[in-house]
Design a protein around this ligand. Structure first.
Ligand code: HEC
Length: 170
């Protein structure tokens, strides 16, 4: 691909975004241009170095445990219920996504562990507690698998928040 082609794709993407309010389906052009453009950016940009706390083995163990204990509510891919923000007929919130698109990443590690141990019932929710079923290591393995779905940008924010929470505790 020569430079002219790259430039015209980049321009199409910019123009596509600015024009989407007054013609066609919003973002259609931009989306069409996005593939090649992001591929080009991807090959030029060095990958952001975000070091995760967990190992591959933990993610693999966590996957199995998640499928056994959590998937029936949070979905096998952790995408949760699409209506997770709206209370249902019983006045309860449906299982939220844990894959980085929901709220879970706003919670520092100790709080995530606590949610799984205690569940949501003490707080008026409906998630069952797992303290009697899963030990601390198993809960961490599950959280490792959950976090393996989070994009680097989300994970980095979460890691920063978890570090801040740990400092505050002293
Ligand atoms: C019976 C359904 C059910 C099961 C099983 C279940 N959850 Fe949940 N989970 C929920 C619901 C519903 C909520 C929302 C809070 C509430 O109502 O308790 C929730 C909330 C959460 C949250 C907080 C997310 C946020 O955005 O704040 C986390 C983390 C979580 N679940 C992890 C897990 C893990 C890990 C497992 C398996 C060990 C699991 N859940 C099993 C239903 C379930």
């Amino acid at each position: 691909m020569n430079k002219t082609v790259i430039l015209s794709i980049a321009l199409t993407s910019v123009l596509g975004v600015s024009a989407c309010s007054d013609q066609g389906k919003p973002g259609e052009k931009a989306a069409a241009a996005q593939g090649p453009v992001s591929a080009i950016h991807g090959s030029m940009k060095p990958a952001a170095a975000v070091t995760r706390w967990y190992s591959k083995a933990q993610v693999e163990r966590g996957n199995e445990l998640f499928q056994q204990n959590c998937a029936q509510c949070h979905k096998p891919d952790a995408s949760g219920d699409p209506n997770w923000k709206q209370v249902n007929a019983e006045g309860k919130l449906p299982p939220p996504p844990l894959n980085g698109t929901g709220h879970a990443w706003h919670h520092p590690m100790p709080l995530l562990q606590q949610v799984v141990r205690r569940g949501g019932i003490p707080m008026g929710g409906s998630m069952p507690p797992f303290a009697d079923k899963l030990n601390a290591e198993q809960i961490n393995d599950i959280l490792a698998w959950v976090q393996s779905h989070w994009p680097d940008a989300i994970y980095a924010k979460w890691a920063q928040m978890t570090a801040q929470a740990a400092r505050k505790k002293g």
